[in-house]
Ligand binder design. Structure first.
Ligand SMILES: [Zn+2]
Length: 415
């Protein structure tokens, strides 16, 4: 039996998904869309009403709140829970009309628009028979990524306030903006947050603890040629485009490329190019679970640059790399309890769990590197960034139960 209020969690979730908060990659503002501010305002009101303390929405739109400790807080670790309020620009997010499917029968789910969610294309449905699912009408995404996380955290906060006998240390809540366009951690004030450990509730399905992400560097390659009118180009033109084409052709293809790798394998990936005869800029990303592999990838780019330069006399090829984020696992190793207690909470509840690695990054990758260990946990999301997105209410409740147990375990730790 869950301590969480099922109906209230569902109502909360339905309320949040109906506020359009699509992140806008073309905007210069922060947050990139007004809807994020609007959802944040509502969350701040709801948190104040349930008597959370220090509730405020900061100038960037982020919402902070604190649930005071039930025990002597002095030596207890401070835990933070984070979820992002924006939704992906990859699918329409305006006028979301959620549809609740009670006790899913295992078959195809027909959406109003004609779209269909089928067990064939979404195998995890097989495990969700009898559960409550929330879909859309098929014209928009749902926004369970990450409003499922937002709703779970808000409902857990409410549950803790209503049940003062549940032991926990000081709990901080942070609802963030613009995660979907790579700016989820830009404005988080870690000094203000002053937490010892954090969890993002932004994972798929149920019972998954994301313990590793890629380590990531970006690379920019500048090709500087010499542009001159084609009529007088003989012996004088140096075409940067030719150098860039050769450079891309020399990148690894059958290994160390995204098209040829999976699991723990890393890669070099060329992802944007702009330019003309005189100058070309090529951007690449370097990814590996082993941070120590990244300099090797940079060296390969430099070797290719040298060889292209010698093939095209007069052409300059300059490789610059910059750090993006680091494997979550590197930083979590400094606080193994961040994972161990999450595991123990699942065990105490008698629920299955899985540790997974992500071939990408999370907000937690950045926060962990900045010194706040932040694994990612499941929040009942499915088919994200799609008009066939859905969320599972039972999995959301389960995620909430896990948090309550996890917070109890943290309250048995000392700083
Ligand atoms: Zn997300």
């Amino acid at each position: 039996m869950s301590l969480l209020n099922r109906q209230r969690l569902l109502d909360r979730f339905l309320r949040y998904v109906q506020i359009a908060s699509t992140a806008d990659p073309t905007s210069d503002g922060y947050p990139s869309s007004e809807g994020q501010r609007e959802l944040g305002k509502l969350l701040a009101q709801e948190l104040s009403k349930m008597s959370a303390v220090d509730v405020h929405q900061d100038e960037h739109g982020l919402v902070y709140a604190t649930i005071p400790a039930t025990a002597d807080a002095k030596n207890l670790p401070v835990v933070a829970l984070l979820a992002h309020m924006d939704t992906s620009p990859d699918a329409p997010g305006d006028r979301v009309r959620p549809n609740v499917v009670e006790s899913y029968d295992g078959g195809e789910i027909q959406l109003e628009s004609g779209e269909v969610i089928t067990p064939k294309t979404c195998p995890e449905l097989v495990n969700l028979v009898g559960k409550t699912l929330i879909t859309t009408d098929g014209t928009t995404l749902l926004g369970g990524d990450d409003k499922a996380g937002v709703a779970i955290i808000a409902e857990v906060a409410h549950t803790l306030i209503e049940n003062p006998h549940l032991p926990h240390g000081e709990l901080k809540l942070v609802f963030t903006c613009d995660e979907e366009i790579g700016h989820g951690t830009d404005k988080i004030d870690l000094d203000k947050l002053a937490a010892d450990v954090a969890y993002t509730l932004d994972g798929g399905g149920e019972g998954i603890i994301d313990v590793e992400t890629f380590s990531a560097d970006g690379a920019t390659v500048h090709f500087v040629g010499d542009s001159i009118h084609t009529s007088i180009a003989k012996g004088r033109m140096v075409n940067a485009l030719r150098g860039a084409a050769d450079f891309i052709a020399a990148l690894p293809r059958d290994s160390d490329s995204p098209e040829a790798t999976e699991g723990r394998q890393g890669f070099i990936h060329a992802n944007t190019i702009t330019g003309q005869v005189g100058e070309v800029t090529l951007n690449l990303i370097l990814r590996s679970f082993d941070t120590a592999d990244l300099p090797g990838y940079a060296d390969r780019l430099k070797a290719i640059a040298k060889s292209v330069e010698s093939d095209w006399p007069g052409l300059k090829v300059i490789v610059d790399t910059h750090k993006q984020y680091r494997n979550l696992g590197d930083g979590l190793a400094k606080l193994p309890e961040s994972i161990d207690l999450a595991v123990k909470a699942f065990e105490n509840l008698g629920r299955p769990y899985k540790k997974e690695i992500i071939r990408g990054g999370t907000d937690g990758s950045v926060l962990t590197e900045k010194g706040l260990p932040t694994p990612n946990l499941s929040s009942g999301q499915h088919n994200i960034h799609s008009v066939r997105e859905f969320a599972c209410l039972d999995e959301m409740i389960s995620a909430g139960d896990h948090l309550v147990e996890l917070l109890k375990l943290w309250s048995q730790q000392r700083r």
